[in-house]
Design a protein around this ligand. Structure first.
Ligand code: NAG
Ligand code: NAG
Ligand code: NAG
Ligand code: ZN
Length: 441
């Protein structure tokens, strides 16, 4: 009898502590996050976004950091967003599994994971669309569209403010105002959904540097812009000013994935008789520009880049939008290194603090000219300093002239070389002097 009770208790204990690969429903999802937090209380925090879904399901996030709840200067912030389309469910389970893995490896003294968590603040939102997940799951999870939208039948990846239209207009007029464009928005094409509003507030309130949203239905890493300049619906490459850096970010994921970048794999939408169809992304390194595939307005990816300092890509992690539970452990193995390699990309390029004689300068502008080749090329997308005067400027290897400026100060420029294989961004600090003519009054 006694041994029976002990066995039962052991079973209950291990069943609750051990992460299981399965489809976690909307009640189980926060329990998994809470269990990870119980195991790793010093390096995690579970929180919900500012408002819940249409059907009142909270949008839970787990954060990993060595000082949970706080931004620290010199530490870039990264996020992963899963299950934005409710019927694309792999990202949701991969992010729950990633949370469990980061905690376990941290406790096992895995040096790489400890270094990552000590140098980076990581936020995981496993499900941005729990209502769509519920509808998709209740109807068998096999439909290409049912459950994609939220409970108001709105596609959340079309519901963000269209800042591309603003940046394209400024480009046409030769106006070099190229970042934080939300304040230039004069009207919304459609009301914002609660899930969109919650995620927008999150994006605007934490100084994210890097991000990825996880989808399904193809196998490719897709980078900005998602919207074409001409309005063409398909096949128009729409380069952002950071095209080179975005290709590097997308390629990092694709190359570290089991076969996203494999030229010999079959495309998701090719038939056995015709393997030459246009969109076999393995044949182009597993990456695509968004609009070169198909154009969309109101996407989250371009919003991140044009409203904040964050660089976001969209990861399509498989042909099957709702893989069977029995496939999930295998999918984790196929994606694990890619998920980790991408998080490390928050550390490429340069970072630093902008100061004056009395302290930090917030909202200083960091602009960059690429001087690697014979012709200097400005990268027309500035980043800004945050609450501690700190900035993070993702860049690929090369030579750059970097300028820090702020109204009322003399701008300062410095030349820097960004090396290959960075695990920490090159530190480049600036001290600005107040303009004399402003201080004599
Ligand atoms: C959390 O931090 C405390 C105090 O530093 C330490 O005693 C404890 O062992 C840590 N717990 C874990 C799980 O790392
Ligand atoms: C909204 O949620 C309710 C309750 O779960 C469900 O019956 C209904 O089909 C959903 N509607 C849409 C459009 O998703
Ligand atoms: C910088 O310029 C070089 C030479 O033109 C080019 O190969 C590289 O892609 C550029 N880097 C960025 C980040 O644009
Ligand atoms: Zn999707």
């Amino acid at each position: 009898m006694a041994s029976y009770i002990v066995m039962t208790l052991l079973f209950v204990f291990s069943a609750s502590a051990e992460f299981v690969w399965k489809h976690h429903n909307n009640e189980e999802l926060p329990l998994v996050l809470e269990e990870v937090h119980q195991k790793c209380p010093n390096i995690t925090r579970v929180y919900a976004l500012s408002e819940p879904s249409v059907c009142n399901v909270p949008l839970y996030v787990i954060e990993f950091s060595d000082s949970p709840g706080f931004h620290q200067p010199y530490k870039p912030e990264v996020k992963y967003v899963g299950n934005m389309h409710g019927n694309e469910v792999l990202g949701r389970e991969l992010l729950l599994g990633l949370a469990d893995y980061l905690c376990d490896q941290y406790l096992k003294q895995d040096r790489r994971i400890r270094a990552l968590i000590h140098s980076t603040r990581i936020h995981l939102l496993p499900s941005m669309n729990p209502d769509g997940w519920q509808l998709s799951t209740d109807t068998g999870g096999q439909d290409y569209l049912i459950g994609r939208n939220n409970n108001h039948s709105v596609d959340l990846n079309r519901n963000f403010p269209d800042l591309d239209a603003i940046t394209f207009e400024f480009e046409r007029q030769g106006i070099n105002h190229n970042n934080h464009l939300l304040k230039d928005l004069t009207r919304l094409a459609a009301p914002l959904e609660p899930e969109t509003r919650a995620v927008m507030r999150w994006i605007m309130s934490i100084p994210f540097v890097l991000s990825a949203a996880i989808h399904g239905g193809d196998l490719v890493a897709n980078y900005p812009y998602d919207e074409s300049r001409s309005g063409a619906p398909v096949s128009e490459y729409s380069a952002s000013p950071d095209d080179d850096t975005f290709r590097e970010l997308a390629t990092t994921y694709a190359s570290a994935h089991a076969d996203m970048a494999s030229a010999s794999r079959r495309g998701c939408h090719t038939t056995s008789s015709d393997d030459s169809a246009t969109y076999n992304f393995g044949k182009q390194g597993g990456v695509t520009n968004g609009a070169a595939w198909y154009s969309l307005k109101g996407g989250m990816q371009d919003f991140n880049y044009l409203a904040t300092n964050a660089f976001e890509v969209t990861l399509e992690l498989g042909c099957d939008k709702y893989p069977a539970a029995s496939e999930l452990a295998k999918e984790w193995e196929r994606n694990r290194e890619a998920l980790l390699a991408y998080l490390w990309k928050a550390h490429i390029g340069i970072k630093g603090i902008v100061n004056d004689d009395s302290g930090f300068i917030q909202n200083a502008i960091i602009s960059v000219v690429n001087i690697t080749g014979p012709v200097p090329r400005p990268i027309r997308h500035d980043v800004t300093t945050g609450a501690y005067g700190d900035y993070y400027r993702l860049l690929t290897p090369g030579h750059y002239e970097v300028t820090a400026s702020h109204p009322g100060y003399f701008p300062v420029s410095r030349v820097v070389t960004v090396p290959h294989h960075q695990t920490s961004a090159h530190v480049l600090n600036f001290r600005l002097e107040v303009c004399i003519f402003l201080t004599i009054f």
